[in-house]
Ligand binder design. Structure first.
Ligand code: 5RP
Length: 231
C-alpha cells in the first residue's frame, strides 16, 4: 500500500474513537483530509456530531462533506481532536505545522479532552527534528524576531538554519491568521520542552509547532498493519 493508502487506514481507525454527540476538532493536512471525508460519510448515515475546523481548507472540506461546524465560542470544550503530524516521537510529543495550520491546530487540541494523531509510519521518529520545526511569527519586526529565534535555538543546544517559508510562486507563505512561518531545520531536537519554552517567550512568536503533552493516542499505519501508541 502507498503512503496515501496508509494515511486513509489510520484515519479510518480513528473513526472508532468517535461516538454520537461528540464535539470534534478537525485537523489539517492530507491525513486529516481522509478523516474528514470518512467522517462525512458517517454523518450522512446519521451520526450526530459537530466539528471545529483547524484551517480554512478543512472548513471547506468539512462543509462539502456535510459535517455541521461550530466555533469555540459556541461550544466550551471539545471531546476529541483528530489530526495529522509531521513527526511523532515515542513519548508522543510531535511536530506539526507542515501545512501551516499549527496555531489553530494547537488552540483546538488544547481545548480537547483527547487528541489522537493519525499518520503513516514515515512520521514515527526516535527524536524530533528531522522535519524543520515551523514557528508562526507576526510580520512586524521579522528581522528582530528571527534573530531572537536564532539565539533561542543556540541556548536550547540546537543548531541549524532558519528559513522564511515561501509559496511555490516565490511569495512569503501567509497563514490563515495573517502571520508568517519560519522553518527551523535543526536536524535533532535533544530537549524539545526546553526549546519550546524559549520560543514561546519571544515577542513576535505567535506559536511553535512543538506539541508536547497534548497527544494521548497515535495511530500509526505501516506495511505490517496498524498500531496504537498511548501516552
Ligand atoms: C498542518 C499539519 C499537518 O497535520 C501535518 O503537516 C501533516 O500533514 P500530512 O497529513 O499532509 O502529512 O500540521 O499544519
Amino acid at each position: 500500500m502507498d503512503a496515501d493508502g496508509l494515511k486513509r487506514e489510520a484515519a479510518a481507525r480513528a473513526l472508532e474513537f468517535v461516538t454520537t454527540g461528540m464535539r470534534l476538532g478537525l485537523g489539517t493536512g492530507s491525513t486529516a483530509k481522509h478523516f474528514v471525508a470518512l467522517l462525512g460519510e458517517r454523518v450522512r448515515d446519521g451520526l450526530d456530531v459537530v466539528g471545529v475546523p483547524t484551517s480554512e481548507t478543512t472548513r471547506l472540506d468539512a462543509e462539502a462533506a456535510g459535517i455541521p461546524l461550530v466555533t469555540l465560542e459556541e461550544v466550551d470544550a471539545l471531546d476529541l481532536t483528530v489530526d495529522g503530524a509531521d513527526e511523532i516521537a515515542p513519548d508522543l510529543s510531535v511536530i506539526k505545522g507542515g501545512g501551516g495550520a499549527l496555531l489553530r491546530e494547537k488552540i483546538v487540541a488544547a481545548a480537547s479532552a483527547r487528541m489522537v494523531v493519525i499518520a503513516d509510519e514515515s512520521k514515527w521518529v526516535p527524536t524530533l527534528g528531522r522535519f524543520p520545526l515551523p514557528v508562526e511569527v507576526v510580520p512586524f519586526g521579522l528581522g528582530a524576531t528571527r534573530r531572537a529565534i536564532e539565539a533561542a535555538i543556540a541556548e536550547a543546544g540546537c543548531a541549524g538554519p532558519v528559513a522564511l517559508r515561501q509559496t511555490r510562486e516565490g511569495h512569503a507563505f501567509v497563514t490563515d491568521g495573517g502571520h508568517l512561518i519560519l522553518d527551523l531545520a535543526l536536524g535533532r531536537i535533544a530537549e524539545p520542552a526546553r526549546l519550546a519554552e524559549k520560543l514561546a517567550a519571544i515577542p513576535g512568536v505567535v506559536e511553535h509547532g512543538l506539541f508536547i503533552g497534548l497527544v494521548r493516542t497515535a495511530i500509526i499505519a505501516g506495511s505490517s498493519g496498524l498500531r496504537l501508541e498511548e501516552a
